[in-house]
Structure formats: C-alpha cells, structure tokens
Ligand binder design. Structure first.
Ligand SMILES: *Cc1c(COP(=O)(O)O)cnc(C)c1O
Length: 390
C-alpha cells in the first residue's frame, strides 16, 4: 500500500504556486478582453499583458520590447532559432548553425528543421564527458556564414551548467548572435542578459511553479528575427496570435517569486540533491553520476546504473510510490538510449540505465531517505531479472 506518492521529477514540471493561481484568477472571466481590442475590455487585458511584460523585463534588466511571450519553452526555442537563422539567411546568405549534441529536443529538432527544409548546415560542437561546451571550441567553429549559435544553459537531462557568459563573449566578438535554452536554468540561476550575455534567452513558466503552455523569449533589440508563424501583429509583429493573458500574468508572477526565493530554494534543494548523490553512489554498485559534479543545477541528480533498464526501474519506482525520470520527460516510453548520454561517451548499454532524480520546494529530507531505502532493493530485483548480455 502506498501511503504517499513522492514526486522527484521537478525537472519535468512543477505544480503551480498558489500565489500564481491567485494572480491569474481575474483574467479568465472578469478581465477577459482581447488585448488588441480598442474598447475598455481590451484595454484592461492590454494593461495586464503589458504590466506582466514590464515586471518580467524589470527582473531580467531589459526593455519590455525585448520580451516576446510564447506558448512555452519549445516555442521560445523555435522562434529564436528559426526566426534568427531565417532572417540571417535572407539578409546575409548565412547557412550555418552551431549547436551542441546535449540540447533539449526543441533545439535539436528546430536545427534539424533548418537543415531539412531550408538548406542549413548544422554543426554539433564537441562537449566533454560532463556535457560542457568549451568557449574555445565555439571560437574555432564560428564561420562568416554562421547564422546563430545555440547552447543550452542548464541541462534538463544531466544538470550540467554551461559557461554561457564566456561563450557569449566569443560570439559577440565575432558578431554572431547566441541563443541559450534557459528553460531549466531559470528556476535556479539568474538568467538575465547581463549575467548570461546571450542575445536570445528562452524560458518556460512550468519549470518554475508557473502554468504550462506559456513561455517567453528575450530577444536583444539589435537582433534580427522574423516571425515563424504568420498572422497578426501581436508581440511587435514577431509572434502572431492573441496573447494568453492569464497564463502570461502567471508567468510574470512565478518569475518574480522564483527570483525573490532563489537563494532559499537553492540552499534547500542543494542539501537534498547532495544527499541523493551520496546515497545512490554508495548504495548502488557501479552507479555513476552523469553531468558535471560541481557545475550543475542545485536540484538535479542524474546517474547511470549498470545492468538496469531505465523504463523498468521507473515503473518499479512508481509502484513503490516514487516519481522519477530517466532524463527528458519526452523520452518516457522510448527504449532507445538517450543521444545526450551517448554524446558524453557512454555506451548504449550504459545509457539505457539512466536515472534522474530532481527535487523541489516541497521535497523533505524524509522523502529522500525513503527513496534511498527503496532504490537499492529495486535495483537488485531488476538486475536479477535482467539476463546479462552474452
Ligand atoms: C522543459 C524544457 C523545454 C520545453 O519547454 P516546454 O515549455 O515544456 O515546451 C525546453 N528546454 C529545456 C531545457 C526544458 O527543460
């Protein structure tokens, strides 16, 4: 009998903060107007929308006009990558895109789309065994026809934090815009343009206790970006479609709270995460940490456990009341090894045994102890069931 389900998958998504629910409440039915309408109903919605934009801009230290609201992290990544690459192709015949093999599928597939449908050459920068991109590697790979560089900030699968500011300095000196997917990082680090140095920064609300289905893209004023979705003139003509006012208000509120509580949240998470890492490495034979041991998101622990098949272990953990992941939520049910883990140099067999444990605001030390009490037994059962390869 499961007494309480324990959620250890905060990198996949987070519950919406009650203060965020409260902030969104008036904008479903009371102030329901279309922000593009001229009348008072529209004006009230527009005031809420522009207020949210100003509050987010104030936290990021940028101009309100540099913020574009989107339907989430995936769309922010797509708008940045396709919008900038296609603008550079039209303006200066650029046809080269630099990215990494450890990106979220939103970035990997936006780049693949440019290759397949727009004739771009997509080059994947070398990463080290921790998934870190060296700024020198970026410097050596930049070309006159490079449209854009895209490097993930905080890795969703392995937790590694990249030296985005150093990479940005390299790109800036060569006049090539840098995009960073900060969707996972925004809950934990300052993702302001001043701190990251990037020209384009993607965030998504549901990774920091905001609602799903809303994100934002910071786009530096000087960067040329064409809309990838034709339609109306919303968002300065760069992202068509009536804005989702309640969700946007929720994103801005969730970001403010995350910014205010960043320090406490990180301290709380870090202690629990370190206990997970120590506990798993000492209790599970052959377990290895994936991603960087120090430069990693404070709530993120990820491993490979030899002789274990991730999907089976996740199912057994779920039966025992623990919600974990093997990497990206998008990979659940897919038995092929993660390309991110292969890029770190792991073998396909090793990569199949991945486990990701991500803690959050409501995680308690007793949750972690319960998890560490259960995991070794489940791993041992899995290993007995798995016939060793000949
Ligand atoms: C969750 C996530 C995304 C996708 O964001 P959605 O809002 O779910 O579309 C993109 N990149 C990273 C690093 C993520 O963690």
């Amino acid at each position: 009998m499961i007494e309480r389900r324990i959620y250890l998958d905060y990198a996949a998504t987070t519950p919406v903060d009650a203060r965020v629910v409260e902030a969104m409440r008036p904008y479903w039915d009371e102030h329901f107007g279309n922000p593009s309408s001229v009348h008072a109903f529209g004006q009230a919605a527009e005031a809420a929308l522009e207020g949210a934009r100003e509050r987010l801009a104030a936290r990021l230290g940028c101009a309100p006009a540099e913020i574009l609201f989107t339907s989430g992290g995936t769309e922010s990544d797509n708008l940045a990558i396709r919008g900038v690459a296609l603008a550079a192709q039209a303006r200066r015949c650029a046809r080269h895109v630099l990215t990494t093999p450890v990106e979220h599928p939103a970035v990997l597939n936006a780049c693949a789309y440019l290759r397949r449908h727009h004739g771009f050459e997509v080059e994947h920068l070398h990463v080290d065994g921790f998934g870190v991109v060296d700024p020198e590697t970026v410097a050596a790979a930049l070309r006159p026809d490079t449209a854009l560089v895209s490097v993930i900030c905080g890795n969703n699968e392995i937790g590694t934090i990249n030296p985005v500011a150093d990479i940005a300095a390299v790109c800036r000196s060569r006049g090539v815009p840098l995009h960073t997917d900060a969707v996972q990082a925004a809950a934990w680090l300052s993702v302001s343009p001043a701190d990251l140095g990037a020209d384009l920064i993607s965030i998504g609300a549901h990774k920091f206790y905001g609602p799903k289905g809303v994100g934002a893209l910071y786009c530096r004023a000087e960067v040329d970006l064409i809309p990838v979705q034709p339609g109306g003139e919303q968002e300065g003509g760069r992202r068509a479609g009536t804005q989702n006012v309640p969700l946007i208000v929720g994103l801005a509120r969730a970001f403010e709270i995350a910014d205010d509580e960043r320090h406490e949240r990180s301290e709380h998470a870090r202690a629990l995460r370190d206990r997970v890492i120590d506990g798993v490495l000492s209790a599970v034979d052959g377990a290895r940490l994936t991603g960087h041991p120090a430069h990693r998101l404070p709530n993120h622990a990820s491993f490979v456990l030899p002789g274990v098949e991730a999907n089976r272990l996740l199912a057994a953990l779920d039966l025992a009341g623990f919600a974990c992941s093997s990497g990206s939520a998008c990979k659940t049910g897919d038995p092929s090894p993660s390309s991110v883990l292969l890029a770190l140099g792991l073998t396909p067999d090793e990569a199949l045994g991945s486990l990701r444990v991500t803690v959050g605001r409501s995680t308690e030390p007793s949750d972690i102890e319960a998890f560490l009490d259960t995991l070794p037994r489940l791993v041992a059962t899995q290993r007995r069931l798995t016939v060793p390869a000949a």
